[in-house]
Design a protein around this ligand. Structure first.
Ligand SMILES: Nc1ncnc2c1ncn2[C@@H]1O[C@H](COP(=O)(O)OP(=O)(O)OP(=O)(O)O)[C@@H](O)[C@H]1O
Ligand SMILES: [Mg+2]
Length: 577
């Protein structure tokens, strides 16, 4: 075995250590700074000659010049295997589920817990047979994990083809027992268990190709699926000012998205918020399965009270977990809240490294880091021909809600959809507060393009009339323009806005959206004969209320049909034949 490299601290700057080492050290390898009885996990982030800069993932207080550092020659990795679902991890994959509330859900420094329960027995069913040839990522067997078949895969770091020389028969075993033995043509042997490690900063490469996705991943949110859709394997961002509803929106998505697995990366949220997630999330009902949402979720969280380095690690941990389940042919949705706090972690570390700062003191490589994160999304064809996907959505919280800042701008260059939340809309309590005029998406909508164009046109022109009315007043506005304005408000209230706290309205199925949208567009296209503006206003107010009630009734229920008839009758009343 290789001699473990050692080093000595020659400089301490907050969480950043400069270490002089004697042997060999590699970029991004894990090291432990020794503080008495405690070993503090760190990562090598820069090497210059015989000196390495390390970021400590914990409070580095007490470390001083002359203290020892042990290198591990291993990259920062996560452990992958059955049992990841339902878990709540911190950025270093310490499980937080069982930590008593009195500990504030956070670990004492220097304490690292195993991410998985190795004693648990899993019912293994083999797929491979002795004599089969396998490559990295091939499905060799499976165990049930909740409602999923969790595939046990040939290690992702295998090179070339290996022969199965032994495979475990069906039956229960724990995740550390041998599932199979492999041999390659050179005679090397590998033992396969249910778990394997993978370095978080390296994308899992075991697939044939990335596919261009044209399938919409419904979030069951009308403004998104219809107007600014997200594709399966796509990327999107939800920037918004402080308190505009980014987190509530992500929660709604995690509950309603048509994804198999949801991974939530809560990085740098306020401590109180994380505790809230930990308390609430496990009990949220899952509309897709009738069970709880946590059964098909993993949460990776850090708070702003934890050192920045752990925050930086958490998004990589989360995306690696998503890629792992993608390898099983599943659609995974990764929601990161918020990537701004992750970027701030980069900035802070870059500052300590005394790198030349770029825009707003962010490091020059900010853009490439953000890019390499979103690039890990995608719909892939696995080597078996099956498909799996990772869809990534990032909340961005720019200071002052200014979208011109570097993190938002770098993100916009990468993502396929931009769902910008606005202060104006959240102040008016028009939720979700996505601004319909500035947002965009390159992906395919659930509804047909022609109807969509009509609706967009009404929104745009209605907004123009509204601006004009602020100058000339209602009296100075022509009745036709006024009607247009009322129609755009109508569309906003009954379609764009959606009540996340109403049991029915919180999730609007694709089928229901198509059905509803057709009807709404019909109304937008109808030329009404209003005698005066008061009549027009009253008409649309009444129609709006019926439509909102309609939104609150289960699809195709008697109540739904009844209200639909009421809407039709109402429209006919004033329809200009
Ligand atoms: N869809 C919604 N329906 C009703 N109220 C909402 C909705 N979204 C947000 N709110 C209200 O706005 C508040 C702030 O929302 P949220 O925490 O999601 O904002 P945020 O953008 O994540 O804020 P921060 O920038 O602090 O992270 C919520 O506590 C809630 O009162
Ligand atoms: Mg938030």
């Amino acid at each position: 075995m290789q001699e473990i490299s050692k080093g000595k601290i020659v400089g301490v700057n907050g969480n950043m250590l400069t270490v002089e080492f004697d042997e060999h050290v590699i970029q991004n390898e894990v090291a432990y700074a020794i503080l008495g009885e405690t070993r503090l996990k760190s990562e090598v982030i820069r090497i210059r000659g015989k000196r390495a800069d390390l970021q400590v993932f914990e409070d580095a207080q007490g470390l001083k010049e002359g203290d020892m550092v042990e290198f591990t020659s291993e990259l920062l990795s996560v452990e992958l295997g059955p049992g990841l679902l339902t878990m709540v991890f911190d950025g270093l994959q310490n499980p937080l589920n069982d930590l008593a509330e009195q500990h504030g859900f956070f670990l004492k420094r220097g304490v690292y817990l195993p991410p998985l329960d190795y004693a648990k027995i899993w019912e293994f069913t083999p797929i491979s047979k002795v004599g089969d040839k396998v490559r990295a990522g091939d499905w060799m067997g499976h165990v049930p994990e909740g409602i999923f078949k969790h595939y046990i895969m040939a290690p992702f770091n295998l090179h070339g083809e290996w022969e199965v020389v032994e495979i475990r028969p069906a039956g229960g075993c724990n995740s550390r027992e041998t599932i199979a033995r492999l041999k390659n043509s050179r005679g090397d042997e590998r033992r396969v268990t249910m778990t394997q490690n993978w370095p978080v900063k390296v994308p899992i490469p075991c697939y044939r190709r990335k596919l261009l996705s044209d399938e919409t991943m419904s979030m069951q949110l009308r403004i998104i699926d219809t107007f600014f859709p997200v594709a399966v394997g796509g990327t999107f961002c939800t920037p918004g000012p402080f308190g505009a509803g980014k987190t509530v929106l992500q929660h709604t998505m995690s509950r309603n998205a048509e994804a198999d697995i949801v991974i939530v990366a809560a990085c740098g949220e306020r401590a109180g918020e994380v505790v809230e997630i930990l308390r609430e999330f496990p009990h949220l009902p899952d509309p897709r399965t009738g069970k709880t949402l946590i059964d098909r979720s993993i949460i990776v969280c850090n708070t702003s009270s934890m050192p920045v380095a752990a925050r930086e690690a958490s998004v990589y941990t989360a995306v690696t977990l998503a890629e792992y389940y993608r390898q099983m042919g599943l659609n995974c949705l990764l929601l990161a809240d918020s990537t701004s706090r992750w970027a701030q972690a980069l900035r802070e570390m870059s500052g300590r490294l005394e790198e030349i700062p770029g825009d707003e003191a962010f490091p020059a490589y900010l853009e490439s880091r953000i890019a390499s994160f979103y690039e890990r999304a995608g719909l892939v064809e696995l080597n078996s021909g099956e498909r799996g996907s990772v869809t990534i959505g990032g909340a961005v919280s720019p200071a002052g809600g200014n979208f011109e800042e570097p993190v938002t701008q770098a993100t916009l260059k990468m993502v396929g959809a931009f769902l910008g939340l606005s202060r104006e809309r959240s102040d008016a309590r028009r939720y979700p507060a996505i601004q319909p005029l500035d947002s965009w998406s390159h992906y395919k909508s659930l509804v047909n393009a022609k109807e969509l164009k009509i609706a967009r046109n009404v929104l745009r022109r209605g907004s123009e009339v509204s601006q004009m009315m602020k100058v000339v007043g209602e009296e100075g506005t022509h009745i036709d323009d006024f009607e247009l304005y009322l129609k755009s408000e109508f569309l906003d209230y009954v379609y764009l806005q959606q009540n996340t706290f109403d049991e029915v309205d919180q999730g609007c199925s694709p089928e229901r959206q198509r059905y509803m949208f057709g009807k709404i567009v019909n109304i937008l296209e109808t030329k009404f004969r209003f005698n005066n503006k008061d009549v027009a206003r009253r008409f649309f107010l009444e129609l709006r209320q019926i439509c909102i009630d309609w939104n609150y009734s289960p699809f195709k229920s008697p109540k739904f049909e009844e209200l639909e008839a009421k809407i039709d009758a109402k429209v006919k009343e004033l329809h200009h034949a």
